[in-house]
Every structure is written in structure tokens, then in C-alpha cells.
Design a binder for this molecule. Structure first.
Ligand SMILES: [Cu+2]
Length: 671
């Protein structure tokens, strides 16, 4: 959350890794990410058709998925068509193109007016550099005692909805700066507060410098490095998650098979991880559970109204891209030491392939909890089973913030989607060092003093996931199980109880979840379990805070999805982003409110649910100088999908795994 300041470091890292781009492997599945060769071919076809030139810039070149029915009918080994979707800038003009790579044809190009694409790395870097050359900014820095700027880092930020008419139609970033002198791992401890440059990133021009007055730069230099000299903790004996006999999963191309699960993984430059075609083996059948689960947008509004903070309400997926921001994962701490690490290929600003090393990890772990248990006093039977689950993890690094994104598959038949908030709070320099100081009350109106002279500004995180559940096929309905209190008369033993009142959500809408106890399920239209109940998956909204901003708040309008944690729409292949295709600088209500506006029927048809993991971040001292990870999630849980506990056949600890390459079933239990 905070700014995206450190994208500069990331961009440099990306520039370095781009040199490693490997020889492209051919795609083996219609849902595989574009290969290096396919990215090159997309650009070559656009140039050959004179739609683009070598000077064009590419916010994104990504897979244009084959139609869902085609993908569902496809069998491994069969041929398939490949298409790319490119977004590109010719000067200031923004274009989109669909390119058929199989036929070698550009199938459609259109200009996009009055919208801004995601930020390019060169725009970010350019904005960061140009600020320091501006005489107005230099004058403001002199007032703060600075005459040289080599220890100043400037961290361009997206600007939110453009309200100032002077800026209409320009590509903009707002640029605050920090004094990094002495900083090793945390460059956010010494903000140059109250100073902001507005930059036209296409022209690399500083349009405006806003100086609200000098706030002394905090003198303390934070660090979260380990210092054995001052640590009061003894190093501990190892506690490991290891698979000494090898992993229990197979990776075929980009398809993962583990336990009874199968799913396809790819990395998209904008969306980050995309998990597709999720099935669960039941008897002799791979039963469909979901066609696709992926992030669709995120919204992080800060709660400070001053001119240098009010715009801070980031939409990191549509403004920057979660795949583009993905950071390498470290074995042994970011992921277990023998996790499987995957690289990803995305496009860079120039439309060239860029390989990102180790940005996805896949691992199995013993959670330390039983999968199920029962100790029976009367017969002294004690049955319990180990709980192993399988995690697919990625870590987009958004300036000061690091998100961990987990897709967890377990032997209960559940899918858990987890969002870990890590990294460093967005910081505001203030005069107060403690709450005893005269200015403290004023300084902490919008946040908490997390260190002397530093306020962590309060904010929210709303991460919207597009969850295309297909429970035993595409014909599904969204069911509401409402828990209603019943009062009883004439029963001397009880006055009240609750009962379940089931209803079907008939049409596209935002689901109102706040005011009544209810659960929602996606139910098969025609399949029943052994007891005759429709098969379904329940949506457990574990962290579902919604936005407290006003409906007519400009920041809120473009992120209207955050008003409800659950939306339902009819499946449309072109409805992918909860806040629309181009949220950057957008002033309009787009995305989900538009998708549901015609209230199409979602009864017994292919429907999509949109689930927002929402959490308020009231900052605290423990966030500093680096946040302890905070996890938030939702779950998809089988509900009458099976005939009984799907983990009943999990062997107890001690039953040896089959030798060799036969499907192993047990992880070494490290604890
Ligand atoms: Cu936060």
C-alpha cells in the first residue's frame, strides 16, 4: 500500500532479467501464457501491418484466450489456435489489437480514446528522474536544506481520477520523494513531506510542484536487517517443510496434478497468477469445480485528505499489473526450501519478451492440524489423518508493499484464496515524535504514530477476484442460504431456533451481505449427490470489509466494486476486470456496475462470481519498520458436492508411499 515507490528497483531488476529470456518453448495447452516467440511474432505482425512501429510502446501483450467451449472440449495433443491481445501506444494514442498467431493475421485494431493504459516502466523511471531537474522542485528542496539530490529517491505514483481540467488527456504521475541517506532496506523512513511534483510522463515534463510547507525530515534511518549483536532471540533448531522423497505433484506443461486436484497455472502481466480448469478426481471422473480464478482488480484508498495525499487510492492491477510487479521468491523463507519455482514470460515496454525468474512457487506442506480426527472414549479408537495442502504462491511487490497471493488446494476438497499483506507502511512525516508532543493530536488525525516523526496513514485493501465456478458443468445457480430466527409458541422446552431459508439469486447484481446472516453457494442445475441434494460449492467470505467511502466520492466511483464483497454476473468472455479495462486516471463508473446493469438472468446458466477480499488497515507501531504479515482470505468449500467426507481415504501417518514414480501420497512429516 503504499506507494509504489520501489517500482524503480523492480524495473531495474526486470531490465536485468530480460537478458535471460530463454529460447521459447512451444505452448502445449490453449491456456498457456504467450511464449517469447509468440510475443515477438505479435509485434512483428503489428509492424508488418503498419499498425505499430518500432517506436511503439506496449503496456501489455498477453494471451487472448480461446473461447471457453473450445478450451473445455480440447484434449491434450490436439491442435489449438493461438491469439494475442496487444495494448500499445503510438505516441500519445492508445490502441488495442487482436492478433491471430496461428493464421498470422491482425484481426482487429481499434483506437481507445479518453482512457489511459497501465503505466510503462520507462514512464515510471522517467518521472522519477525528471523531477530532480525542475527549478521549482529544487527551490522547495533548498527550503528543506537540500542542495544535492543524489541521496534523494523519487517514487512516482498513479494519480487517481483526474479532476483538474488542465490535466485532462495527459498521462500523469504524482511524485513524492524520500531521503535515502544511510538506508539499506527501508527507504520510506524519511519522507520529504508536503512536496509533490505532477509529471506528464509521455512528455517527461514537470507540470506542477506543490509545496504545502516544510515538515522536518525524520532523522531516524529504519532498518529491518538482522543484527546478531542486538537480537534478544536465540537462533532455533530447524523446523522444516521438506519432501525428501520428491514432490507429490506432477507438472505437465503448465498443468499441476496433486492428490485428486488438477489445475492449470499461468502468469498474466496484468492479473498475475491465473488458475484455470480446476477439477477434482472423484471415482473415475475429474469433476469440474471452476473454470478460472484470478485477481481482477485491487483498490487501496488512503484516508488523508491533504493535497499531497488525497489522490492516493491505488488500483495496482489495472494501473501497474500484478504480473509485471511480481518479485522473485526466496527458497526457505518466501516458500519452503524445496518448493518448485516457476519462471514467467511477459512483454516489456518495447514489446520484447521478458523472463521473470522464480516468481511462482508451488509446494506441499503439512499444516500441523489434523485433516479430521475422532478419539472414541467408549471403544478407545483413535483415528486421525494428517492435513497436507498444496499452495501456488506469487508475490507482487507494489512499491513499499509486498502482497503474497496464495491459491491453496486441500484434501477437504476446499480451495482457499489467501492474500498476505507484507512490506512497509506508507509513511507521512510529521512534527510529533511522541503522543505527548503539542502537534500530536493534529498529526495523527488520519493514522498512527508508528515511529518518531512518522505516521502510518490508515487505508483499506480491496482485492477483487474473478471466480468462474463451474460446479459439475456450466449450468449453475447462485443460492442464498439465509439463517432466520423462528420463534416457537406452545413448546415449553424452546422459545426459538434458526432455520435455513433457501432462495435463488435470479439476476446479475451486487450481493448485499452486511445486514443479515446468510451464506451463498454455487449449485449445479442438474447434478445431485447420493442423497439427492444438488451438488454445490459454498463461498466463505472470510474477510469481506467493504468501502466506507461515499458513493459520490470520485475515488470510490471508479472502484465501485469495493462497495460489495460479492457480485454475480452472467459469463461473458470480455468481462474480466472489476473496475473496467482502463482504471488508470479514470473518472467513470466502469466494470462490475456496468456488467450487472442489464440484470441478465444468472439462473441455470454459466455464471461468474466476483469475490473481494477486503480489509481495513488501521496502522500500528508493530507495522514498523517492516510489517508482520497479515493474512486475509476467502474459501470455496464443497457442499453436498461429495457423498461423504472426501478425505476419508487419506492413509494414516506411517503408511509408506509407493516407491519410485508411482503416484506418491505422503509427504515427509517434518515436525
Ligand atoms: Cu495496508
Amino acid at each position: 500500500m503504499l506507494g509504489k515507490s520501489s517500482v524503480a528497483g523492480l524495473a531495474l531488476a526486470l531490465a536485468a532479467t530480460s537478458l535471460q529470456a530463454q529460447a521459447p518453448a512451444a505452448p502445449t495447452d490453449p491456456l498457456d501464457a504467450l511464449t517469447s516467440a509468440e510475443i515477438d511474432r505479435t509485434v512483428a505482425l503489428l509492424n508488418a501491418g503498419k499498425f505499430a512501429t518500432p517506436d511503439s510502446r506496449y503496456p501489455n501483450i498477453t494471451l487472448l484466450e480461446s473461447p471457453k467451449p473450445v478450451v473445455l472440449q480440447w484434449k491434450p495433443g490436439q491442435p489449438f489456435e493461438r491469439r494475442a491481445h496487444a495494448t500499445f501506444l503510438n505516441g500519445d494514442r492508445l490502441f488495442e489489437a487482436d492478433v491471430n498467431l496461428t493464421k498470422g493475421a491482425v484481426e482487429g485494431v481499434r483506437e481507445v480514446k479518453d482512457r489511459q493504459s497501465t503505466i510503462l516502466f520507462e514512464e515510471f523511471l522517467g518521472a522519477s528522474e525528471v523531477v530532480k531537474t525542475d527549478p521549482r522542485w529544487r527551490a522547495a528542496m533548498r527550503k528543506r536544506g537540500y542542495t544535492s539530490y543524489d541521496q534523494i529517491i523519487c517514487a512516482p505514483l498513479t494519480v487517481g481520477p483526474v479532476i483538474d481540467e488542465r490535466y485532462r488527456g495527459l498521462r500523469l504521475m504524482n511524485v513524492p520523494c524520500f531521503d535515502k541517506a544511510g538506508a539499506v532496506n527501508n527507504v520510506y523512513g524519511r519522507p520529504i513531506e508536503n512536496l509533490l511534483a505532477v509529471v506528464d510522463v509521455r512528455k517527461r515534463k514537470v507540470l506542477d510542484v506543490i509545496d504545502l510547507g516544510v515538515v522536518p525530515v525524520p532523522r531516524d534511518v529504519p532498518s529491518h536487517a538482522y543484527d546478531p549483536a542486538t537480537s534478544t532471540r536465540q537462533p532455533t533448531r530447524p523446523v522444516n517443510i521438506v519432501s525428501p522423497q520428491g514432490p507429490n505433484f506432477t507438472l505437465t506443461g503448465s498443468e499441476v496434478a496433486w492428490d485428486k486436484w488438477k489445475f492449470h497455472v499461468r502468469v498474466d502481466k496484468r492479473l498475475g497468477p491465473v488458475i484455470s480448469r480446476i477439477t477434482y478426481r472423484n471415482g473415475a471422473e475429474d469433476r469440474q469445480i471452476a473454470y478460472q480464478i484470478n485477481t481482477s482488480e485491487m483498490f487501496v484508498p488512503y484516508m488523508d485528505p491533504s493535497r499531497t495525499w488525497a489522490y492516493r487510492a491505488y488500483m495496482d492491477i489495472g494501473e501497474y499489473g500484478f504480473g509485471a510487479l511480481s518479485s522473485p521468491l526466496k527458497p526457505g523463507s518466501d516458500c519452503p526450501v524445496d518448493a518448485t519455482f516457476l519462471d514467467a514470460t511477459i512483454s516489456d515496454d518495447h514489446g520484447k519478451p521478458l523472463m521473470l525468474k522464480n516468481v511462482v512457487c508451488i509446494f506441499e506442506r503439512d499444516t500441523g492440524d489434523p485433516l479430521w480426527r475422532h478419539y472414541e472414549f467408549f471403544t478407545e479408537s483413535h483415528e486421525s489423518r494428517p492435513n497436507d495442502d498444496r499452495v501456488v504462491r506469487m508475490a507482487p511487490e507494489v512499491g513499499n508493499y509486498d502482497y503474497l497471493l496464495d491459491f491453496v488446494f486441500n484434501r477437504r476438497g476446499e480451495i482457499e484464496v489467501r492474500v498476505g499483506a507484507y512490506g512497509i507502511d506508507a509513511t507521512k512525516a510529521v512534527a510529533a515524535r511522541t503522543m505527548a508532543d503539542a502537534t500530536a493530536k493534529d498529526d495523527t488525525q488520519y493514522g498512527t504514530l508508528i515511529a518518531p516523526n512518522l505516521v502510518g496513514v490508515n487505508h483499506d485493501h480491496f482485492m477483487s477476484f474473478r471466480v468462474d465456478l463451474d460446479v459439475d458443468g456450466q449450468d449453475n445457480r447462485l443460492v442464498k442460504d439465509k439463517f432466520v430466527q423462528r420463534t416457537l409458541t406452545g413448546n415449553p422446552l424452546r422459545r426459538s431456533l434458526w432455520q435455513v431459508e433457501k432462495s435463488v439469486v435470479d439476476s446479475e447484481q451486487a450481493i448485499e451481505t452486511a445486514h443479515e446472516p446468510a451464506w451463498y453457494r454455487v449449485e449445479s442445475h442438474d447434478r445431485r449427490n447420493a442423497m439427492g441434494n444438488p451438488t454445490s460449492f459454498q463461498i466463505a467470505l472470510d474477510h469481506s470489509d467493504t468501502s466506507l467511502l461515499a458513493e459520490d466520492e470520485p475515488q470510490q466511483q471508479r472502484a465501485s466494486f469495493s462497495a460489495s464483497p460479492l457480485w454475480v454476473t452472467r459469463y461473458h468472455p470480455d468481462e474480466n476486470f472489476a473496475a473496467g479495462v482502463y482504471p488508470n486516471q479514470n473518472r467513470n463508473v466502469e466494470g462490475l456496475p456496468q456488467f450487472v446493469s442489464n440484470h441478465e438472468s444468472v439462473r441455470d446458466t454459466d455464471l461468474v462470481t466476483w469475490i473481494t477480499v477486503g480489509f481495513r488497515h488501521q496502522t500500528r507501531a508493530e507495522d514498523w519498520p517492516v510489517m508482520p504479515g497479515m493474512w486475509h482470505s476467502f474459501k470455496l468449500r464443497p457442499f453436498n458436492f461429495f457423498d461423504r467426507n472426501p478425505g476419508l481415504d487419506v492413509p494414516p501417518v506411517g503408511v509408506p508411499a509407493p516407491t519410485q514414480s508411482a503416484q506418491p501420497s505422503q509427504t515427509e512429516r517434518g515436525r
